[in-house]
Design a protein around this ligand. Structure first.
Ligand code: TA6
Length: 290
């Protein structure tokens, strides 16, 4: 019996991609082999904790707009070569499902991505990355990276989580008060200090550094709160493309900017990670309702 035939798992096709549907007593979820990307996580007693674009493209090698794309081994545009994929290659590659633990009210899936000729052409290092996804009463992701090379490397990573919001103009991110951030939208990318919660009144693209790791995505309209806890993730990125940027995105409805917000936990800019030969690191994300 192959792992995909484990209890509570079912493969489904969407466009060019194969997804895993997970069902247990605590939740139903959807994970794509491409990117080991959680696309949906619905607690039995609630609503999806994640936002997924109605116009997402399910095409080999193209990032899926929504859920939790994994940015690795760099964040944003490649620092030296703009022709390389934004946010690294991990979200565009098929990961191998290497272990499944199936229980009555939780599943633990472990996916693996190892270097190969294609990744080494983009990033000249040997590595193995594993993403362990625990789907139960909460959603937990653990990304482990091991430096298999004989030289050190630095990496940036982020769990690029998309959250559903009834009206972005009545949403707030708590937990970043007093934290320094880079405002990506201002000339010179100035560093500013966050005052109170992060609210949204226009395009927002901020990289918070040396942040604490405990946040809340607050949807004031519902009301609803999603708890976001990260460890070994010293950065937090807050993003909403607003109306004009959304209109330029082919994989988002023009109106979708009002109903989503990204809070991304990882290690970017001066928080990026140095791994010496043989070293490894594990970064954790946990999402909870309420
Ligand atoms: O969320 C931060 C960010 O870097 C934004 O600048 C925006 O580019 C977003 O990621 C989405 O990137 P993507 O490559 O998925 O369209």
């Amino acid at each position: 019996m192959s792992l995909k035939d484990s209890p509570g798992l079912r493969e489904i096709q969407r466009g060019e991609l194969t997804l895993l549907e997970i069902r247990n007593e605590a939740c139903t979820a959807l994970v794509s082999y491409q990117g080991a990307q959680v696309l949906s996580f619905v607690p039995t007693s609630g609503e999806d904790l994640l936002w997924l674009s109605e116009k997402a493209v399910y095409q080999t090698g193209k990032a899926i707009r929504g859920g939790i794309p994994l940015c690795f081994p760099w964040f944003g545009p490649h620092p030296e070569d703009a022709s390389k994929p934004a946010h690294g290659f991990a979200r565009n590659r098929e990961w191998q499902l290497v272990d499944v633990q199936a229980g009555a009210d939780s599943h633990r899936l472990r996916f693996r991505l190892e270097d190969d000729e294609q990744t080494r052409g983009l990033w000249p290092y040997r590595f193995v990355a594993e993403l362990e996804i625990t789907l139960g009463h909460t959603l937990e992701l653990a990304l482990s990276v091991n430096n298999r090379d004989d030289q050190p490397f630095t990496l940036s990573n982020a769990f690029h989580s998309y959250f559903p919001i009834q009206d972005i103009r009545k949403a707030r991110v708590d937990g970043l008060d007093g934290v320094t951030y880079i405002d990506q939208l201002l000339a010179g990318r100035p560093r500013l200090i966050q005052q109170d919660g992060v609210s949204f009144s226009g395009e927002t693209d901020r990289i918070y550094l040396d942040a604490g790791g405990d946040y809340r995505m607050v949807d004031l309209s519902r009301p609803r709160q999603i708890g976001v806890h990260a460890s070994n993730c010293r950065s937090a990125i807050v993003w909403n493309p607003w109306q004009e940027k959304t209109a330029a995105l082919t994989d988002m409805l023009a109106s979708a900017w009002t109903s989503m917000a990204c809070l991304e936990c990882g290690n970017v800019e001066e928080n990026r990670l140095l791994l010496r030969s043989g070293e490894d690191v594990t970064c954790l994300l946990r999402l909870t309702e309420g």
